[in-house]
Design a protein around this ligand. Sequence first.
Ligand SMILES: [Zn+2]
Length: 348
Amino acid sequence: MRATILHTTRDIRLEDVDTPQLIDDGDAVVRVVASCICGSDLWPYRGLPEIDEPRHIGHEFVGIVESVGSTVQTVQPGAFVIAPFAFSDNTCPMCERGVHTSCVNGGYWGSDDRNGHFADGGQGEIVRVPLADGTLVATPEQPDEALIPHLLTLSDVFPTGHHAAVSAGVGPGSTVAVVGDGAVGLSAVLAAKRLGAARVVAMSSHEDRQRIAREFGADEIVAERGKPGAAAVREIFDGLGADQVLECVGTADSMKQAMLSTRPGGRVGYVGVPHGVELNIPAMFGRNVGLVGGVAPARAYIEELLPDVLDGTVTPGLVFDQTLPLDQVADGYRAMDERTSIKTMLSV
Ligand SMILES: [Zn+2]
């Protein structure tokens, strides 16, 4: 079978590798139907940090179960399944508390599981899924092809945007600003509206991204960034700032922009993978601004979000503006690196 391997900075290839097999009794083998490229995949692709040996990549996929180990009960061969971007048992004390990304038995795609067996990357044709009962969520029936992009967002971006909103405490009547117009930021707009936010400001200077933000329910767009952008957000919300600000980038500048856009007593929900972020704790103290969030426990949210995706209440797959066959994965990375694609889906 073929899988995507990152060799070194900006050198990514689809290659023949050993076909994954069942190893542990709790495994499933899944034939990937669609996967996608994540903004966080771009960090190693750009050499941040530079990788020292070739590695399997990709952590978002949906597919069809081909076979299951002897103890697997919740999914059967033939089932259409969603795989969150980390695997987990869904039963340990951390999973019970909704922090599946800290599962005591869990791990991440493209690295070894706790038994020392390799868990494949998601940007390939076949994946061995450890802890299949806890990790995979099956749809009630085979989905129409048109639903697949929307279901694929449940692997990562939609639950991640949702996590930003939930962490910050977005609820009915909230005023919200979203920093970041990548797929996660756009998903955060959708999640905030779904949770009942009264007014959502999307911060974006790109027309195509602004359009999707509007489709996801953004009430206002602020195109400025940095201090002027934060000033514009405060202006919209009575000179105070938003109740909740969702930080979906992870840079020093984006965090500053988020903090400056938050009203006193407000909360920043952060899900951008942090790179060089520093906090001004005395300023946060003085203004009673809190910071909550982190890596999103996507698995914790899939069952809650799935019905709205299945019945079309939300259409999170609009974040995909390009679909390529898997053998053009390198073109997909290039497009996302150059920001000519918001998010690229890979059909297998
Ligand atoms: Zn667990």
